[in-house]
Design a protein around this ligand. Structure first.
Ligand code: GTP
Ligand code: MG
Length: 527
């Protein structure tokens, strides 16, 4: 049996092909360096050009991370699919200003082309005296197990740097460091979709954002799917940690990024990712939730009632309880139906406008009278929870009756609900015209439903048609699948991508309604 191992090596400067070198399995990186020298011809070099003491070897793993190899390390650190780059020349040295977080004066730290952030940390650790810090800080740095953490300061915010980030890429950045105490304790963390806990060492100074950083650094330990890994590592996405109830009586709660880990009772956590598009919190929604009324208008069976249900379900992932929800409604809302949604002391109302009634008004005695009804709905002239029959409400008797009924409410924003698989209905244009007529300017949004029955291309096409027909900006058009949504949403509290999308749509609706209510200018037409 061969005791040799094949290692793929490339010349870093020439960046030529990877060439296989055979090394004794039980050897060290120093042996690999000798093997490179002995095979110099393979790399178009002369062996006497290679001075072992000047050689630098860099290990590249299968995920594209790289680090410097020390001669004393065993060959076994080079796993299958890893490669090695070597450089036999004296390296050029640069320097970078780095400051202690509490100080304004940086000192310049020398580094080489290939150095990464962990090299800087090591340098600072070894040369901490050069920073002339307060005695207790220097002492903390000298404690066993203490850690130098580097960060980039961007717009006043600290962004922790990944240890494998190249120092060269930080040229011109404001780089600072802090020192984490050496006292250690352990926490257990798992991903929301898995049961596999990973152990993490924490310092007394660590806060929850440090845990999030450590998760990223050791993402491979969680054995996640590639999609999940991409989601965690994507710039701008945020890792959300929550406690796990381990005994009865405990409750699980979301952790704030700035909480100190030592101060948290439980030491078992679960994480999920909030994608950069989805960072809508219940506080964002609450802020915009100032007793506004949103009308859901559209042809019968296009999914108004279902969409309200979807919205309330998505909101209940952020806050419970909000309002009653219902499941699998069939076509057939016949009264102006307000659904009041409470978030603590705040409230907004989704007003479900029956499609069938509007359709009847569209062809009443051969004329389209729907504009009048829509206008009355928007102006809050029609009562809640009463069948909206034209002949009843627009007869003298009906008008009298109206005066004694409670109004469904004045409208502050409109969600025009359109079944994507259908052609645009002229009802959409009537809604826009009424909403825009003198003095109103009510913001209108479009929700394309039944996207589950459509390809992505046909949803885009439907959105294009609507933009064209109604003159509505693309970012006011949302797409939902109420069918799939309400099935999946039932009974779970985990926020999915679909929830996040619906929450964002609701946030936009509420923001527009709020600024309309408070006299802000809301433009709806793009052309
Ligand atoms: N496949 C699919 N079905 C949907 C979707 N949205 C609604 N539906 C179904 O379409 C039917 C009509 O939905 P509703 O929400 O009752 O429609 P509506 O607009 O309130 O209708 P009216 O109250 O009559 O004006 C129901 O059977 C829903 O389950 C969707 O996104 N996808
Ligand atoms: Mg309905």
């Amino acid at each position: 049996m061969s005791k040799k191992k094949e290692i793929f090596v490339r010349h870093a400067r020439v960046n030529g092909n990877l060439l296989p070198l055979r090394c004794v399995k039980s050897g060290t990186i120093h042996d690999l360096a000798l093997a490179v020298r002995d095979n110099a011809k393979l790399f178009d070099l002369n062996s006497d050009e290679i001075k072992i003491h000047m050689m630098h070897l860099t290990l590249k793993d299968d995920k594209g991370n790289s680090r410097k190899l020390e001669f004393s390390e065993p060959i076994s650190v080079i796993q299958k699919n890893y490669t090695v780059e070597f450089n036999e020349e004296q390296e050029h040295t640069f320097d970078i200003p780095v400051r202690y977080i509490g100080s304004v004066n940086p000192i310049r730290i020398p580094y080489k082309e290939r150095d990464v952030v962990s090299d800087l940390s090591r340098y600072i650790d070894e040369n901490i005296a050069a920073f002339k810090l307060a005695k207790e800080v220097t002492e903390k740095a000298r404690q066993g197990g203490s850690e130098v953490v580097l960060m980039e300061i961007v717009g006043g915010n600290e962004e922790q740097l990944h240890p494998s980030t190249s120092v060269r890429s930080l040229d011109c950045s404001d780089v600072a460091f802090k020192i984490k105490s050496g006292a250690r304790f352990e926490v257990l963390i798992k991903h929301g979709t898995s049961t596999n806990f990973v152990r993490f060492q924490c310092s007394e100074d660590d806060d929850v954002s440090d845990l999030a950083r450590k998760i990223k650094e050791r993402i491979a330990s969680f054995n996640l799917t590639n999609d999940d890994v991409v989601e965690v590592m994507e710039k701008g996405n945020v890792i959300i940690l929550k406690t796990i109830a381990s005994k009865s009586g405990d409750t699980s709660r979301n952790l704030d990024a700035s909480e100190k880990v030592t101060a948290i009772d439980q030491k078992k956590f679960e994480f999920s990712v909030r994608t950069k598009e989805s960072i809508i919190t219940i506080d964002d929604i609450k802020e915009k939730c100032n007793d506004v009324n949103i009308a859901f208008v559209g042809a019968p069976g296009h999914g108004k009632s279902s969409t309200i249900n979807t919205i309330i379900n998505a909101l209940s992932k952020l806050h419970i309880p909000v309002a009653e929800t219902w499941k699998g409604s069939a076509t057939g809302t016949f009264a102006l139906t307000p659904h009041k949604v409470h978030i603590d002391e705040k409230i907004f109302t989704c007003i479900d406008v029956p499609g069938k009634t509007l359709q009847q008004y569209q062809s009443d005695e051969g004329k389209d009278k729907s504009a009048k009804v829509i206008r009355d709905v928007f102006d809050g002239k029609l009562p809640a929870n009463e069948p909206l029959e034209y002949w009843e409400w627009y007869s003298p008797l009906g008008l009298a009756k109206k005066a004694f009924k409670r109004s469904a409410g004045v409208i502050h924003a409109v969600a025009y609900v359109h079944k994507g698989v259908a052609e645009p209905d002229k009802l959409g244009n009537t809604v826009i015209e009424v909403a825009q007529k003198k003095g109103r300017g009510i913001p209108v949004f479009v929700i394309i439903t039944h996207s589950d029955l459509m390809s992505e291309a046909s949803v885009t096409e439907a959105a294009d048609q609507i933009t064209h027909a109604m003159g509505i900006d693309k970012d006011r058009i949302f797409q939902v699948s109420n069918l799939g949504y309400n099935e999946k949403a039932a009974g779970t509290k985990n926020v999915s991508k679909e929830d996040a999308y619906v929450q964002r749509a609701l946030f936009k609706l509420l923001s527009a309604a709020d600024s309309y209510k408070h006299g802000g200018i809301v433009n709806i037409k793009t052309k």
